[in-house]
Design a protein around this ligand. Structure first.
Ligand code: PLP
Length: 375
């Protein structure tokens, strides 16, 4: 059987990972400045992670959500502690799209409403409800286009109030810093206003932290910089360092009912072991602090390069905006210098999303290669 051919592939076959590096079958070493779409948080094959998952696998890999699983409670407690958030409940699932899908569903159950407001250039995933609030017609099938949604621009507080006033909005969903869209972030003033208006008109505020969460920006959640409290927070990517796990943090005012949400695999024993190991390492190795410190270094180095016009993002969620389109540069970095980087909807923006364990010396290697590639 052939594979359903939906992914444009590089002719590279990684077989091993260690820290910030991956290795192909010919033992070529690649510096991973992309973390496989921002997934690798604590580094490839971190020993604590490998031990956590292996030890759990020797005991019990999976049983369903019809029995008690104390690992889920341990993960929830650890998450509350490391993230510094209070009075949320945790629902565990398997991916970012699923996290957002469940967040939208909870918002609709809780409010009894059915319309969702989202923002230009948003990416919230590819399943039915969330692809309808993703600003890319190419990934929407006719089947996805019947949801009630409204798209607004960041900073359009007047438009937002007009829509919320209509009284049928269940949720406002947003990425605090956009990933696929190109690292745009609205102002604190706008996020605060959005939060106030949502409360006033009875809509749930959903922060999609699938990419920006888990310490990537230097804060555990990117919204924490803006002094707001979302009703729902979706998480995935960095949460399992590659093990498929996602979740939704749900404000305690929202009451659960049996059967309201559910999943076969979500929160299974192995996934929880992965999730707990990730949080332990983020805390023990001060990875959020590392992200904050490295951003300042990277920004000052980047702005010395005349072709870089802007450094977007925060922490280790970074966009370098060049004065030319970067498709060729990315290829050159990958095939001549063995460095993985990412792209976005903004064709001039190089996306840098490395493991949070990265060090200055790795960025030195990157800047050396970058200077050769662009000169
Ligand atoms: N939300 C954001 C902000 C994302 O960046 C992504 C994936 O890139 C998703 C949701 C979807 O996550 P997944 O691919 O795990 O379904």
């Amino acid at each position: 059987m052939e594979l359903f051919d939906v992914y444009p592939l590089y002719d590279i076959t990684p077989v091993k990972g260690k820290g910030v590096y991956i290795f192909d079958k010919e033992e070529n070493k690649y510096l991973d400045l992309y973390g496989g779409h921002a997934v690798i948080s604590i580094g490839h094959s971190h020993p604590a992670y490998v031990n956590g998952i292996s030890n759990q696998l020797k005991k019990l890999g999976f049983y369903s959500n019809s029995v008690k699983n104390p690992l889920q409670n341990k993960l929830a407690e650890k998450l509350e502690e490391v993230a510094g958030v209070k009075d949320y409940q945790l629902f565990l699932c398997n991916s970012g799209a699923e996290a957002n899908e469940n967040a939208l569903k909870v918002a609709s159950f809780h409010t009894g409403k059915d319309r969702v407001i989202y923002f230009e250039k948003a990416f919230h995933g590819r399943t039915s409800g969330v692809v309808a609030v993703t600003d890319n017609k190419n990934v929407q099938a006719p089947y996805n286009q019947n949801h009630k949604t409204t798209k607004l621009a960041f900073e359009d507080a007047t438009g937002l109030e007009e829509e919320l006033k209509k009284g049928d909005v269940a949720a406002v969903i947003f990425e605090v810093i956009q990933g696929v869209g190109g690292l745009d972030e609205a102002s604190t003033k706008f996020y605060k206003k959005t939060s106030e208006l949502s409360k006033e008109y009875g809509a749930m505020l959903i922060a999609d932290e699938v990419q920006s969460g888990y310490g990537r920006t230097g804060d555990f959640f990117a919204f924490q910089k803006h002094g707001i409290r979302p009703d729902l927070i979706s998480i995935a990517k960095g949460m399992g360092n590659g093990f498929p796990i996602g979740g939704v943090l749900i404000d305690k005012i929202i009451k659960a009912k049996p059967g309201m949400l559910g999943t076969t695999f979500g929160g299974n024993h192995l996934a929880c072991a992965a999730g707990i190991a990730v949080l332990d390492v983020i805390q023990r190795e001060n990875l959020m602090q590392n992200a904050t410190e490295l951003f300042d270094f990277l920004k000052s180095e980047a702005l010395e390069i005349p072709q870089i016009k802007k450094v977007k993002g925060r922490g280790l969620m970074i966009g370098l905006e060049f004065d030319f389109e970067i498709a060729q540069l990315r290829k050159e970095l990958l095939f001549k210098h063995q460095i993985f980087t990412g792209a976005s909807a903004n064709k001039k923006l190089l996306r840098i999303l490395p493991p949070l364990t990265i060090q200055k010396e790795h960025f030195d290697t990157f800047f050396k290669a970058l200077k050769i590639a662009i000169n």
